[in-house]
Design a protein around this ligand. Structure first.
Ligand SMILES: *C1O[C@H](CO)[C@@H](O)[C@H](O)[C@H]1NC(C)=O
Ligand SMILES: *[C@@H]1O[C@H](CO)[C@@H](O)[C@H](O)[C@H]1NC(C)=O
Ligand SMILES: *[C@@H]1O[C@H](CO)[C@@H](O)[C@H](O)[C@H]1NC(C)=O
Ligand SMILES: *[C@@H]1O[C@H](CO)[C@@H](O)[C@H](O)[C@H]1NC(C)=O
Length: 506
C-alpha cells in the first residue's frame, strides 16, 4: 500500500532516471564539501531525496513509521551517503568488517557489519576484560568530543548511577558489556557523509568469540534505536536505506553504502515486514535446485522469525526438512564428484572433492540454485552462495547451508549474498538483490569521477591492496574454523534475546 506521496516520488524518480544530464547538472550545482563529481554514479547513484522517514522501534515494540514528507521545490534535496569499503573474508575470518572512526581526533576500528544486531561497540581503554584485537582500544579521554550518556530513567545504569550501560549476551558465554557514550563517528574520507554524533558502546567486558576475534567490535545495522542506521536516519542525514556488497569466494572485501541508491535494473526484491520480526526478513517461498523445486510447503520458511537475512552470520541455516531436501537434491546433482569428510571432524559437513580449482567454473559442476520470493520474484544463486572451499583438500567444496538445529527460523548469513548487492530499503520495507562482482562494484563507485581510491586507513602492510581482502590472521587453526560454532551460536542467541537488549537513553 504505497501512500500517494511515494507514488509521486516514484514518478519523479523515473523521470529523474531518464534524465541523467539533469542529474549531472544538479550534482554540479549542489554545493557540497568535497569532490563535486562524486555523486555521478550510474546505475548506482543515489536517489533524490523524495521523502525522509524515520522508522524507529524500541527493542520490542512494533516499528513505527513516521513519514515526514517534504515537498519538492525547485531544488532537489538529496541526502549524502557514506560509502565504505569492506574488508576480511567469510572463510578466513567468518565475517566482513568496515573501518569506522570514533572521536576527535578520530580513533579507527575494524567492526563486523551486522544486520542482525543493533548496538555498535568497541573495546574501551578501561576495559577490564577485552581480547587482543587489530586496533588499539578506544580512549574516551583522548577525544575532545566524547560525552558519556548520562544515567536516565530509560537506561540501565552503572553502579555509580552516572552512566548508561548496555549488555549483549550471546550463546556460549559470548557477551559484550560496557558503557554508552556519544561521540562523533566518521565514515572515512571516501564518504560524503560528514562525521555525525552517535551513541555507541565502550566495552568493559567481552567474553567468548567477541573476546577472541580479531575484529575490534560490531557495527549494528539492525532495526532498533541504537542501530547506527536508525540514529543517522533519525537525524535526517541519510535516507532510510543501506546496501551491502560482500566480495566473493577467494576475494573477500566489498562495499557498503549507508543511504539510498537507485536500484540497478534487474534487482530482485522481496517484501520485508518490520512487524513480522525485528530482523530483516524476506518472503522465501521455494528453493529450486537445478531448476526443480524442492518438495516443501512454503510455510516451512515462515517458522518462528521467518526467513531472516543476517549479514553478521557466516553461513545459512534451514529448518531440518528443508535442509535435508536441499542436501539430497545437491548431492543428486553432483554425482561425478566424490563425497568426502569436512575440514573439521567435529562437524558432519557435506563435502565434494574433484570440482577443481577454478572458482569461476564451479557452476559447470554444481547445480544452479534459485530462491523464489513472494510475487514469484526469482533470485538465482551461484555455487559460491551455498558452498565454501574445503580448507584442507584442494579442489573440494562443502555445503555452506546447514540444518538449523534448534529453531524453525530460516537464517541466511553472509555466504548467501557473496557477490550480490543487497539493498535494505527500510523506507519501502523491501530488500533488493542484484548479482554483481562486489570487488568491481567498489571500483565502479570509485571510477565515477572521484579521485583515485585511497585506503580508508593508512595501510599497515605496503602491499595490502585496499580492494583485496585483508590478510587472514596468521595462526588460524582448524579449531578456529569460523562459522557454525561461533557465529551461528552468537546469532541463534541473538535471535532469541533481541527484546532484552539495551534501552536507548533520551
Ligand atoms: C609487495 O612488496 C614486495 C616487496 O616490497 C614487492 O616485490 C612486490 O612487488 C609488492 N607487490 C605489490 C602487489 O605491490
Ligand atoms: C584518505 O585518508 C588517507 C589516510 O587517512 C589519506 O592517505 C588519503 O589521502 C585520503 N584520501 C582522500 C581522497 O582524501
Ligand atoms: C571480480 O572482479 C575482480 C577484480 O576485477 C576479479 O579479480 C574477480 O575474478 C572477479 N570475480 C568474478 C567472480 O568474476
Ligand atoms: C614497506 O616498504 C618499505 C620500503 O619499501 C620497507 O622498508 C618496509 O619494510 C615495508 N613494510 C612492510 C610491512 O612490508
Amino acid at each position: 500500500m504505497a501512500p500517494p506521496a511515494s507514488r509521486l516520488a516514484a514518478a519523479l524518480l523515473l523521470a529523474w532516471l531518464s534524465l541523467p544530464e539533469l542529474l549531472v547538472s544538479f550534482a554540479h550545482a549542489l554545493p557540497r564539501p568535497g569532490d563535486p563529481h562524486r555523486p555521478l554514479i550510474l546505475p548506482l547513484s543515489k536517489a533524490p531525496r523524495d521523502s525522509s522517514s524515520s522508522a524507529s522501534s524500541s527493542s520490542c515494540s512494533r516499528e513505527r513509521d513516521h513519514h515526514r514528507r517534504r515537498l519538492l521545490g525547485s531544488e532537489l534535496p538529496r541526502s549524502p551517503s557514506a560509502r565504505m569499503r569492506l574488508y576480511d573474508d567469510l572463510l578466513s575470518n567468518g565475517y566482513y568488517t568496515t573501518r569506522l572512526a570514533i572521536g576527535t581526533p578520530p580513533q579507527e576500528f575494524a567492526l563486523i557489519v551486522d544486520t542482525g544486531s543493533t548496538v555498535t561497540y568497541v573495546p574501551c581503554s578501561n576495559c577490564q576484560r577485552c581480547g587482543k584485537h587489530q586496533d588499539p582500544r578506544f580512549q574516551p579521554q583522548l577525544s575532545s568530543t566524547y560525552q558519556p550518556v548520562k544515567c536516565n530513567a530509560h537506561c540501565s545504569c552503572d553502579d555509580a548511577r552516572k552512566q548508561c550501560t548496555y549488555q549483549r549476551r550471546y550463546a556460549e558465554m559470548s557477551s559484550s558489556t560496557g558503557m554508552l557514550g556519544n561521540d562523533l563517528v566518521s565514515f572515512g574520507n571516501e564518504s560524503e557523509l560528514t562525521p555525525q554524533r552517535a551513541v555507541f558502546g565502550c566495552e568493559i567486558v567481552e567474553t567468548g568469540d567477541l573476546f577472541s576475534q580479531r575484529a575490534d567490535g560490531i557495527m549494528g545495522l539492525g532495526r532498533g534505536y541504537l542501530s547506527i542506521v536508525n540514529q543517522l536516519v533519525e537525524k535526517h542525514v541519510i535516507d532510510n536505506s543501506f546496501s551491502l556488497c560482500y566480495g566473493g569466494m577467494g576475494m573477500g572485501g566489498g562495499a557498503m553504502i549507508l543511504g539510498s541508491i537507485v536500484p540497478p535494473t534487474g534487482m530482485v526484491f522481496s517484501h520485508s515486514d518490520p512487524h513480522r520480526s525485528p530482523y530483516y526478513n524476506i518472503e522465501l517461498k521455494e528453493i529450486h535446485v537445478a531448476g526443480e523445486p524442492l518438495k516443501l510447503t512454503p510455510s516451512i520458511f515462515d517458522g518462528r522469525h521467518g526467513t531472516v537475512l543476517d549479514s553478521g552470520t557466516t553461513f545459512a541455516y534451514l529448518p531440518a526438512k528443508a535442509f535435508l531436501a536441499f542436501r539430497d537434491a545437491v548431492t543428486e546433482n553432483v554425482r561425478s564428484l566424490r563425497k568426502i569428510p569436512g575440514p573439521d571432524p567435529k562437524f558432519q559437513d557435506v563435502c565434494f572433492a574433484g570440482a577443481g580449482w577454478d572458482i569461476s567454473r564451479l557452476s559447470e559442476v554444481f547445480p544452479k540454485v534459485d530462491m523464489v520470493f513472494g510475487d514469484k520474484q526469482k533470485l538465482s544463486l551461484s555455487p559460491e552462495n551455498y558452498l565454501f572451499k574445503h580448507t584442507k583438500v584442494p579442489g573440494a567444496y562443502c555445503l555452506g547451508i546447514f540444518q538449523n538445529e534448534n529453531d524453525e527460523t530460516t537464517l541466511l548469513g553472509g555466504i548467501l549474498v557473496r557477490n550480490m548487492l543487497v539493498t535494505y530499503d527500510r523506507e519501502k520495507n523491501k530488500l533488493g538483490f542484484w548479482k554483481t562482482n562486489c570487488s568491481e562494484l567498489w571500483k565502479r563507485l570509485q571510477d565515477t569521477g572521484s579521485p583515485t581510491p585511497a585506503p580508508l586507513v593508512p595501510q599497515k602492510h605496503n602491499n595490502t591492496s585496499a580492494i583485496s581482502p585483508s590478510i587472514a590472521p596468521s595462526g588460524l587453526t582448524p579449531n578456529s574454523f569460523p562459522g557454525k560454532k561461533s557465529n551461528f551460536c552468537k546469532h541463534l542467541y541473538a535471535l532469541s534475546c533481541f527484546c532484552t537488549l539495551s534501552i536507548l537513553p533520551e
